[in-house]
Design a protein around this ligand. Structure first.
Ligand SMILES: Nc1ncnc2c1ncn2[C@@H]1O[C@H](COP(=O)(O)OP(=O)(O)OP(=O)(O)O)[C@@H](O)[C@H]1O
Ligand SMILES: [Mg+2]
Length: 235
């Protein structure tokens, strides 16, 4: 049952291992506990290969952990079949990646409206919502541009618009500024930090993986992943 006070996302004693052809199992996460609440902006830091992307994909229900439980608003994902998870995910979680992952033959507007159209929202309505979202992110003059005609920062803003258009409760961003120059990276970071606040979206939380300590320091919480363990930095 969904509890009104439950965190948007909780990990309870989550461990994850990958099978390794020669050495048995590679344990990436061990006994991880984490709660994310509405409006929180959480940075995940950790060395390359420490398991940050794995952690995000477990949060998003894209991978099931080998042990432990993932809960969305108090509901355990282990009890949900894959079909129910796929139905629930778009309302709950959106993802943004380093590589933008825009569809090359679709315009900015078509890319951003896609999640709504895939959910059966009428095309006109989906595009109206997507247009408003793109305008809000400063892309009003780029609606009909294809990704190849956009700068890296613009592509990432389209990807963020596409992520936000379905009003997810949680935005997961995996090194979203990794492919951008420092100035553009800072702008995109500022934009991401502002998302939980804009348009009265007080229920939105942000979890972002970054290697940039300075930017991470601007988040409400900082969590380090190293040697399979999550450690929250205080202060
Ligand atoms: N599907 C998979 N099968 C086997 N091993 C995997 C798989 N995915 C990831 N790994 C391994 O798990 C470890 C953690 O990978 P992950 O991609 O989560 O790290 P990361 O912290 O995101 O790294 P980076 O900062 O380089 O993106 C790595 O050693 C990686 O090789
Ligand atoms: Mg990664």
């Amino acid at each position: 049952m969904t509890q009104p006070t439950a965190p948007i996302l909780a990990l309870k004693a989550v461990s994850h291992s990958y099978p390794e052809p020669s050495r048995g199992m590679l344990e990436v996460l061990k006994d991880a506990h984490l709660e994310i609440r509405a409006g929180e902006r959480v940075a995940i830091l950790g060395p390359s290969g420490s398991g940050k992307s794995t952690l995000l994909s477990i949060m998003a229900g894209l991978q099931r952990p080998t042990q432990g439980e993932v809960l969305w608003s108090g509901e355990s994902l282990s009890r949900l079949p894959e079909s129910a998870l796929s139905r629930l995910r778009p309302e709950k979680i959106a993802l943004v990646f380093q590589q933008f992952l825009l569809i090359p033959h679709l315009t900015a507007l078509e890319n951003a409206s896609l999640p709504l159209e895939l959910r059966g929202v009428a095309r006109h309505e989906a595009r109206t919502t997507a247009r408003a979202q793109l305008e809000e992110l400063g892309l009003g003059a780029r609606l009909d541009h294809f990704p190849r005609m956009l700068s890296g920062g613009e592509c990432q803003r389209v990807a963020i618009a596409r992520a936000m258009v379905a009003r997810p409760e949680l935005l997961l961003a995996d090194e979203p500024t990794g492919n951008l120059d420092p100035t553009t990276a800072t702008q995109i970071f500022e934009l991401l930090l502002s998302l939980p606040k804009i348009q009265g979206r007080s229920a939105c939380a942000l979890v972002l993986v970054t290697h940039n300590e300075e930017l991470a320091a601007r988040c409400d919480r900082r969590i380090r992943l190293a040697d399979r363990h999550l450690t929250e930095e205080r202060g």
